[in-house]
Design a protein around this ligand. Structure first.
Ligand SMILES: *[C@@H]1O[C@H](CO)[C@@H](O)[C@H](O)[C@H]1NC(C)=O
Length: 335
């Protein structure tokens, strides 16, 4: 556990995050850091978007994007956007630069990822489409071209998923039809609805299929029914990477500071359903306060087999070992 111990993570942090140069040191930092299954929620709000997360080993970052004049601007609210803060300038170009530096001397033909200590680990770039999903699609597709032409993207080739240093996943205003349009080459994957993975959504639709008007509040997340299939068997690694849902919306707050049996059973059913379909599980909106509850939930989620912890406080996530995890030695939090 040497290189992985919380202490070494903290020393890396102390030496770099607070006073390190903005350029140049990134590679040496990533050299020392082992990737962890942490997803940097609203990553663009950090002091140094992308780099702060990479330095701590977070192997998944999230950017919210809006379509403005044929470009993808990054920000949480439309009013806070700026022309300089684009998906390309904040994420695609820096990732390309890191990967080019990692690979310029590579003679083996193997393409290295962003983490020196684990070069086969793919960095997940989650692009949350805040609006206009179908109009964003061709723009996003085109902006990924520099990564695509270097063969840096994970892709589905019609039969298999070939993993690359960057896996692009879309969430938010996404349409299944966009993702699966090309049957033989896909390099943008869905964030599938985790709330459908226990099968209850399909069962509920079935139940109401005799009625003309399905009461909207009887269908989980009714707005997305039109865009994303309710049948969980439609989802596979050929079209999706993550399966996620809001923790508060789907599971709810742990009243009495512990999850009830019903809540735990729902978590287990969702995780089982997603894993049976080859998808990675991530809950977002896990209560962040009080810290005791948050830490309890992180431990429960890791134990139950969640694949990524979606967090705002990446330092806290990187500092602790939130295991052990069910399922054996190779499925630990730090793996
Ligand atoms: C897809 O990738 C797999 C694994 O690399 C390979 O065996 C297969 O031949 C590829 N299929 C096509 C159609 O290229």
């Amino acid at each position: 556990m040497d290189a992985l111990s919380p202490d070494s993570a903290i020393s890396v942090l102390a030496s770099v995050v607070f006073d390190g140069p903005l350029r140049g040191d990134t590679l040496s930092v990533a050299d020392a850091t082992s990737p962890i299954s942490c997803h940097s929620h609203n990553d663009y709000w950090r002091l140094r978007p992308l780099y702060s997360a990479l330095e701590l080993g977070c192997s998944s970052v999230e950017a919210d994007v809006w379509l403005e004049d044929d470009d993808l601007l990054v920000g949480h609210l439309k009013v806070s956007l700026s022309r300089e803060q684009t998906l390309s300038t904040m994420y695609i170009a820096p990732i390309l630069e890191i990967l080019n530096r990692r690979n310029h001397a590579s003679k083996t033909g193997v393409i290295n990822g962003v983490f020196e200590s684990d070069p086969l680990r793919s960095l997940i770039l989650l692009v949350d489409l805040k609006a206009d999903g179908q109009a964003i699609w061709p723009v996003l597709n085109q902006q990924l071209e520099p990564l695509r032409e270097h063969n840096y993207l994970t892709y589905f080739n019609g039969t298999d998923v070939v993993e690359g240093p960057v896996t692009v996943v879309v969430s938010g205003d996404t349409w299944f039809s966009d993702v699966v349009r090309n049957p033989t080459h896909r390099d943008i994957f869905l964030d599938a609805p985790l709330q459908y993975m226990d099968g209850s959504a399909a069962a509920m639709l079935e139940m109401y299929s005799d009625y003309d008007d399905v009461p909207a509040d009887m269908i989980p997340d009714s707005a997305s029914v039109l865009q994303l299939p309710v049948d969980r068997d439609e989802y596979s690694p050929a079209n999706s990477y993550y399966a996620s849902v809001s923790f508060m919306h789907s599971i709810g707050y742990p009243t009495g500071s512990r999850l009830s049996r019903t809540q735990l059973e729902l978590i287990r059913a969702q995780i089982r359903g997603a894993h049976e379909r080859g998808l990675k599980v991530r809950y977002w909106g896990v209560p962040a306060w009080p810290l005791g509850i948050r830490n309890y939930l992180w431990r429960v989620l890791v134990r139950e087999g969640v694949d990524y912890l979606s967090v705002d406080d990446i330092k806290a996530a990187a500092r602790g070992d939130w295991g052990p995890r069910k399922g054996g030695w190779n499925s630990k939090w730090w793996a």
